[in-house]
Design a protein around this ligand. Structure first.
Ligand code: ZN
Ligand code: ZN
Length: 183
């Protein structure tokens, strides 16, 4: 859904949209498991700079709800995140701030982004907000044991025999390094 500047000049635009999994590309590492529901309102915010210059910003306020699946960072098992997120964003025309000092923000609460051309594609914002809603690192559980670096077995499910060989002190140093890398 393109939120068009043309429409915003007349009235705020309310939206209530549903996107089924796959409608918005989340890349290869995140999978959408249930419909994405989103609603909110877009407003035009005019910033007056001096007597003649008016910058047209788009303020997008709303919420989204969906469930996303990501692989555990250690064992790669799928982990589901129920995502609910409110957003309040301000978009300036691309290029507004370049070569100028940072312009005053109309609403300090709002985060700032940029739009290009005739308006703002709601899907772009939703994609970004869904990804931001995920933790930096997903674990299936705090103490996930991960995969055995030797045989690749999931150590949460099975204790492989590779560990028995790690008794030599030289191995324990390697193990420490490996554990750090796996963290
Ligand atoms: Zn795990
Ligand atoms: Zn193993």
């Amino acid at each position: 859904m393109l939120i068009e500047l043309e429409d915003l000049e007349i009235n705020p635009v309310d939206f209530r949209e549903e996107f089924s999994p796959g409608a918005i590309d989340l890349g290869t590492e995140v999978r959408q498991r249930s419909p994405l529901r989103s609603e909110g309102r877009a407003d035009l915010v005019e910033e007056h700079h001096g007597k003649h210059k008016v910058v047209q910003d788009i303020r997008l306020k709303g919420k989204l709800e969906t469930s996303l699946e990501v692989a555990c960072a250690r064992c790669l098992d799928p982990v589901v995140h129920e995502v609910e997120r409110n957003f309040d964003l301000l978009y300036r025309p691309l290029g507004t701030d370049s070569g100028h000092e940072e312009l005053s923000v109309t609403d300090a609460e709002a985060e700032i982004g940029y739009y290009q051309g005739e308006g703002l594609l709601l899907e772009d914002t939703l994609r970004e907000q869904m990804l931001l809603a995920l933790p930096l690192k997903t674990l299936c559980r705090e103490d996930c044991k991960g995969l055995c670096p030797h045989c690749g077995k999931n150590l949460n499910e099975i204790q492989c025999v590779c560990v028995e060989h790690i008794e030599d002190p030289r191995w324990s140093v390697l193990k420490e390094i490996r554990d750090k890398l796996n963290q």
